[in-house]
Ligand binder design. Structure first.
Ligand code: RB5
Length: 143
């Protein structure tokens, strides 16, 4: 199960991504927001991250205007590795190297066509499992 959430700046792109996920038959849970009224992105970032922490969902997608605020928030949540991606190279690398569990996108930065390719790359690329990457990921959580 995939968790997805956005603020008003990401709402329109989220609608495009939901359509794409439906076409691919990918199950998701939409944590809002549900229109373009102004809201606070930390609320939605934390909801999506909580679903991952509680293992209700394996991965998440978060979208705000730039992708920045929502990824900063996500990366403060324990066990969350959120990657703000603007191209498919970044999406592939962050899965292979960082085992990122949240993809952050900027609704005012990338168009729907590119965003959906980034989503596909993120969802379809497995973690490499290489020892050096496992070690570095473990180090992220250390004090
Ligand atoms: C909202 O206007 C905007 O600040 C938000 O979507 C996001 O870009 C924050 O980082």
């Amino acid at each position: 199960m995939l968790a997805i959430g956005c603020d008003h700046g990401g709402f329109e792109l989220k609608q495009e991504i939901l359509k794409h996920l439906d076409e691919r038959g990918i199950a998701y849970k939409d944590f809002g927001c549900y229109d373009t009224d102004s809201v606070d992105y930390p609320v939605y970032a934390k909801e999506v991250c909580r679903a991952i922490q509680e293992k209700e969902c394996e991965k998440g997608i978060l979208i705000c205007g730039t992708g920045i605020g929502i990824s900063i928030t996500a990366n403060k949540q324990k066990g969350i590795r959120a990657a703000l991606c603007t191209d498919c190279f970044m999406a592939e690398a962050t899965r292979l190297h960082n085992d990122a569990n949240v993809l952050a996108l900027g609704g005012r930065v990338v168009g729907a066509g590119l965003a959906n390719k980034i989503v596909d790359t993120f969802l379809d690329t497995p973690f490499s499992g290489d020892e050096r990457h496992v070690r570095r990921i473990r180090m992220i959580e250390e004090d």
